[in-house]
Design a protein around this ligand. Structure first.
Ligand code: FES
Length: 181
């Protein structure tokens, strides 16, 4: 069965070749010379549109790349270095609990053991996990590899090489104040 509308048919291609032979002046036989074909094209408008499209493209590229660059290069965090700081309210650490606060570049756990407040670094000296207060065992525990510390940061057992850095803590009015020991 013959195929209808086959654009690659040799008969059709031959026909096109005959009627669309190009001349050396750039004009297509039966058509206008190239120069004539460009008459009436407003090049100023074209270049303006080109600039608009380029500008939109640049804006899209910047808005796409900016979050990627911000993700790859995190902002430099300004770390404070003070001797003491009000970190919160005393009521935030009820009896027999512990709570972690940022203090300068460190994180400090404040422990309220039956009304007695103590504080030490909350960053385990083994591999840097955050510790927690285990009130039932009356010790500081690291959930990563089982390091155990006394309430004041001294080592009880585990893989950690050093005790936790001790801090001083006091209540002023309602405020909880941590200071370097
Ligand atoms: Fe704490 Fe390993 S990080 S025990």
């Amino acid at each position: 069965m013959a195929q209808q509308g086959n654009f690659k048919s040799p008969a059709r291609m031959g026909g096109l070749g005959e009627s669309a032979s190009a001349s050396s002046s750039g004009a297509v036989s039966g058509g206008k010379p190239r120069e004539d074909g460009l008459k009436g094209v407003n090049f100023e408008r074209r270049s303006f549109l080109g600039k608009v499209v380029g500008g939109v493209g640049a804006a899209v590229a910047v808005s796409t790349l900016y979050p990627v660059v911000k993700y790859i290069i995190p902002p430099v965090k300004e770390v404070t270095n003070v001797n003491e700081m009000v970190v919160g309210k005393a009521s935030e650490v009820p009896e027999n609990t512990g709570k972690i606060y940022p203090f300068n570049a460190d994180k400090v756990i404040v422990i309220n053991d039956n009304g007695k407040l103590t504080a030490c670094s909350a960053v385990c000296t083994h591999l840097g996990c955050l510790v927690r207060w285990e009130d039932k065992d009356n010790l500081i525990f690291c959930p990563c590899h089982g390091a155990k510390y006394q309430q004041t940061g001294e080592i009880i057992s585990g893989p950690q090489p050093l005790p936790l850095t001790p801090y001083a803590v006091r209540v002023e009015g309602d405020d909880l104040v941590i200071s370097k020991a």
